[in-house]
Design a protein around this ligand. Structure first.
Ligand code: 5RP
Length: 223
């Protein structure tokens, strides 16, 4: 078994978890990344069990449509029963770092809307302290240098993710060397820097359920 097998385990478990609740009206939010891609592939097998999906990125929308799943605009979706997405790190409180795939803003929006946020990952993503993975920040391009200077004042080392433009037309700064002792406070403080669109800390709205694939089988944590 390798890391992809653990991601698949978690993705299958997420589908098994939501399946009994699916109806013709259900809208499912779908995240972005390699673990979520496994979930999308499994979801394709039961596309007639729910109404539609909302996608957190253009890549995800494309993959969902390739499976014949209807992708709708969040503004006309009504309630979103579940949001299923991966993470770059999670702590025991299900506070996350996300954005390794540069989709953090749309991910955070769907997570905010969803009734239940199910995070899927391999067990290497579970950490005691967030910040080992560089924290992604989506920034309006003209504010990049200013935002970087403010992030240095907060104790981080921002690195421009060269060549990456988000689906919203912005750029990404990855902030290294943060020891994130208070994720809620840091998420709020970074959001207050002018020019920041979104940061990859999901602490104010953490996941509700974490499903981890591992060599020893599934591990789950409920908030
Ligand atoms: C994309 C994300 C992803 O969920 C995160 O990067 C994890 O990706 P993967 O499942 O490939 O490990 O936040 O913006």
């Amino acid at each position: 078994m390798n890391q992809d097998d653990y991601k698949k385990q978690a993705a299958q478990a997420a589908l098994d978890y939501i399946k009994p609740s699916l109806t013709d009206d259900t809208v499912i939010g779908v995240g972005t990344g390699s673990t979520t891609n496994f979930f999308i592939d499994f979801l394709g097998g039961c596309k007639s069990w729910f109404r539609a999906a909302v996608a957190s990125s253009d890549d995800t929308a494309h993959r969902l449509r390739a499976h014949g799943i209807d992708v709708i605009d969040l503004n006309s979706a009504g309630p979103v029963a579940f949001y299923v997405d991966g993470a770059d790190e999670s702590n025991q409180h299900l506070q996350l770092i996300k954005g390794g795939g540069a989709a953090l803003t749309r991910e955070k929006i769907i997570a905010a809307v969803a009734d239940e946020f199910i995070c899927i990952a391999d067990d290497s993503k579970l950490v005691d302290l967030l910040g080992g993975f560089p924290l992604p920040i989506e920034v309006v391009p003209m504010a990049r240098s200013y935002v970087a200077r403010q992030l240095v004042k907060l104790g981080g080392d921002p690195v421009y993710r060269d060549g990456v433009i988000t689906d919203n037309g912005n750029v990404i700064l990855d902030v290294h060397n943060l020891r994130i002792l208070d994720p809620v406070a840091l998420e709020r403080d970074i959001n207050q820097i002018t020019g920041v669109v979104c940061n990859g800390l999901f602490a104010k709205r953490p996941a509700d359920y974490l499903i981890l694939g591992s060599a020893g089988g599934l591990k789950t944590i409920k908030a």
